[in-house]
Design a protein around this ligand. Structure first.
Ligand code: COA
Length: 132
């Protein structure tokens, strides 16, 4: 009997490695570092969608479900869930693939969030995403 493994939502936007310098007082990876990776990942997608500069305007939700460990391969996935006149909402998920001495383990989700971005012009003012 085959079992279906859970899958990330959206496309792979960013992949990096959790390093010892990114740990908190418990020795796990600092939540602020994970938020930073999410912001970068969502920003990449928002730039592509709006074909230009963007700014992060808010974070609607964020949930840390499991700790990230040093040496984990950290993958950020995302998809756009809303496009307004000048703003976008991006659903983001962080999945890790632990690599241990005894092999590569199945990936699992550690964090999910919704980040909001605004398309901006060269003066930093909101600009329409689609030509008006
Ligand atoms: C982002 C920024 C340009 C928006 O300017 P603003 O004058 O507040 O913009 P407006 O009130 O005209 O709103 C623009 C859009 O943002 C949305 N928006 C504003 N505040 C929001 C919030 N807190 N959450 C979600 N969306 C928001 C509005 O609904 C509007 O969307 P729409 O055009 O799709 O309907 C401005 O707030 C800013 O420069 N903030 C600092 C950004 C920053 O430094 N980020 C961190 C580093 S990237």
């Amino acid at each position: 009997m085959s079992t279906t493994l859970p899958e990330p939502t959206g496309s792979l936007l960013l992949r990096t490695l959790a390093m010892p310098a990114d740990t908190n007082a418990n020795g796990d990876i600092f939540g602020g570092w994970i938020m930073s990776q999410l912001d970068l990942a969502g920003g990449i997608l928002a730039k592509e969608i709006s074909s230009g500069r963007i700014a992060t305007v808010s974070v609607s939700s964020i949930e840390f479900k499991k700790p990230v460990k040093v040496g984990d391969v950290v993958c950020c996935y995302g998809e756009c869930t809303r496009i307004g006149r000048t703003s976008m909402s991006i659903h983001l998920e962080v999945w890790v693939k632990p690599v241990k001495e005894d092999g590569v383990k199945d990936r699992f989700m550690v964090c999910k969030a919704t980040f909001n971005y605004v398309a901006i012009d060269s003066q930093g003012r909101p600009r329409p995403i689609k030509p008006e």
